[in-house]
Design a protein around this ligand. Sequence first.
Ligand SMILES: [Zn+2]
Length: 280
Amino acid sequence: MKKSIKLLFVISIAIILAVLWFDRNNSSVIYHDPVEVADENPLKIDVADVHQGELLLVNEEYGIKESAKTDIKNLYKNQELTGDYGLLTTDIALSKEITAYFNEMIEGAKKDGVNNFLISSGYRSFEEQTKLYQEKGRDYALPGGYSEHQLGLALDVGSSEGTMAEAAEGKWIAENAWQYGFVLRYPQAKTDVTGIQYEPWHIRYVGKPHSVIMQDKNFVLEEYLAYLREKEQISATVDGKEYNIRYYAVSKAKKVKIPKGYNYTISGDNVGGVIITLYK
Ligand SMILES: [Zn+2]
């Protein structure tokens, strides 16, 4: 009898731990069929829209047509914009908006007891990226015009406790960045897709619900955009909020229909289309 009670106790603990583990890793995405909407408003899309926004794919194949963010600030000179982390050099710059999202994430890490972050690189101009490429070579940097750092949406995060591959900060980023709209852009398991070596320090802002869906489906940006192109439309409830994500191929100016009563954000994929994210 005693033995069976002990066994029951062990099983109960195992179930509780499994539920807790599942809950922690559950990105709370529910996919469903799009809701039929009768009333729609026309929305004009231009070819320029393909090259603006937070979902732009920038890699060796698809270069930057223009900087995505216009609110780039030097963080060292604007300390009021920064949070509880260090800046490796005095020339670190980043989009003001993205810095605010990053600060939120660092506060989240702090609650988990992880608090030794620093930014080692942020926004880079075309000239800075070109110089870096010439000085450090292809293994370290992409040529000018082909780096996400030029978007103002990407940054390199470091730890004062060691390399990101080993420090608690790197582990925390890999596990939690998606909850704050960021993605680890060059994971170890996806080097064949990204064409870039494992970079545990390089994060990229794509925003929610995209970061949550990418985490849920284990997609890097290349895969996520290909998935949207193929599906053309997905509907999902993320953190209790309903989203309808639509992909439109754009080779010339066109009009699409947006259901009435929805808010939306629009971003190009930098390849040949735009993604419209509808939400209530
Ligand atoms: Zn980087």
